[in-house]
Write a protein that binds this ligand. Structure first.
Ligand SMILES: *[C@@H]1O[C@H](CO)[C@@H](O)[C@H](O)[C@H]1NC(C)=O
Ligand SMILES: *[C@@H]1O[C@H](CO)[C@@H](O)[C@H](O)[C@H]1NC(C)=O
Ligand SMILES: *[C@@H]1O[C@H](CO)[C@@H](O)[C@H](O)[C@H]1NC(C)=O
Ligand SMILES: *[C@@H]1O[C@H](CO)[C@@H](O)[C@H](O)[C@H]1NC(C)=O
Length: 339
């Protein structure tokens, strides 16, 4: 695995995203929510900050996609950060948000290196895979996942590492939980990266191939983390201040699994202290028996029915050459909204 001892280190990337996306090069001192160590890194690596913000935003978007049919949909009542108060309890949902945003940062940094956007890194220098056929070339410009991993670890984890806490306290358990989930997110990106190749040779004969390391599509990372969310491990602090699994009959979670320490609220009603928005006003599916079904989504409160007009492109025809012409079809559809 990539070198882990190095220390770059950041605040919850989620809070940063909004700030970074607005200004091109904001002054580090003006960024809200940076920890001391993160401010230092910000000064040292100003050109990295935009990508940290973009990465976190990608993570958040993926979170909203993965949870679009769930009661908790990755939004909160608190507008100071995208996830706001949900982060105050150490739930599975919090675990997912830390992992997916850390993953987004690795993803964005690795790609930025490859694209030559950063002064301190370039194409991947990963070693040639042993199983690559001998006559294929290794050395196209690949995503620099080693660098992305290391910088994301340094920056994203810095905030947790700086927090002052008493050993054995709830706070210390949250720090351990956050660090574990950040790492799980980063490793997911790392492990899903794969070799990509391009053909050369006379008129596409593909007699020659050049290969490089390439990030997986971020949707794959989201899907993998969603599975980890479903199987996340409940943890508690032991007497030596370490996180251990509540149910000791199960195998201990690995560094790639998600962990949590608090049970989740049901997210049915709005509750400022847990950051639950409640499901009133959410769309639901009348015929589904899953989480998106009106029964579960509306928590048994019932739903209202509306008719809405939907417009879609339809009867599309391809014209030579080269455009597609469509008609507009409108349809009246029933929609169901939680009471
Ligand atoms: C958050 O919401 C409050 C009240 O609704 C508003 O005054 C404030 O400008 C908002 N802050 C941000 C960062 O959107
Ligand atoms: C909000 O959630 C907290 C923690 O679960 C609970 O103690 C409190 O009663 C809830 N408040 C409301 C208004 O439901
Ligand atoms: C999440 O649900 C709330 C209502 O509970 C809604 O206001 C918000 O737009 C939803 N967010 C997304 C990203 O769908
Ligand atoms: C509602 O759920 C059913 C069953 O899961 C599914 O076949 C259908 O496509 C869903 N409808 C919408 C609008 O998502």
């Amino acid at each position: 695995f990539v070198g882990q001892s190095e220390s770059l280190g950041m605040n919850n990337p989620v809070q940063m995203s909004e700030v970074y996306i607005i200004g091109a090069q904001p002054l580090c001192s003006q960024l809200a929510g940076l920890s001391q160590g993160q401010k230092k890194l910000c000064h040292l690596y100003q050109d990295h900050m935009q990508y940290i913000g973009e990465g976190a935003k990608t993570g958040i978007k993926e979170c909203q996609y993965q949870f679009r049919h769930r009661r908790w949909n990755c939004s909160t009542v608190d507008n100071t950060s995208v996830f706001g108060r949900v982060m105050q309890i150490g739930s599975r949902e919090t675990a997912f948000t830390y992992a997916v945003s850390a993953a987004g940062v690795v993803n964005a940094m690795s790609r930025a290196c490859r694209e030559g956007e950063l002064s301190t890194c370039g194409c991947s220098r990963a070693a040639r895979p042993k199983d690559l056929p001998r006559d294929w070339l290794w050395g196209g410009c690949g995503d620099n996942i080693d660098y992305g991993y290391r910088f994301a670890k340094e920056f994203v984890d810095a905030r947790e590492r700086e927090r002052i806490h008493a050993k054995g306290s709830y706070e210390s358990a949250r720090i351990l939980m956050n660090l574990h989930n950040n790492e799980a997110g980063r490793r997911t990106v790392y492990n899903l990266a794969d070799v990509a190749c391009k053909c050369h040779g006379v008129s596409g004969s593909c007699s020659l191939k050049t290969c490089w390391l390439q990030l997986a599509d971020f949707r794959k990372v989201g899907d993998a983390l969603k599975e980890k969310y479903d199987s996340a491990a409940a943890m508690r602090l032991n007497s030596r201040g370490k996180l251990v699994q509540v149910n000791s009959r199960f195998n201990s979670p690995t560094t790639q699994d998600l962990v949590y320490i608090d049970p989740s609220p049901d997210y049915c009603v709005r509750n400022e202290s847990t950051g639950s928005l409640g499901t009133q006003g959410r769309l639901c599916n009348k015929t589904s028996e899953g989480m998106d079904g009106c029964e579960l989504m509306c928590c048994g409160r019932g739903y209202d029915q509306f008719k809405t007009v939907q417009t879609e492109r339809c009867h599309c025809k391809f014209h030579w050459c080269c455009y597609v012409k469509c008609k507009k079809c409108t349809e009246i559809v029933d929609q169901f909204v939680c009471k």
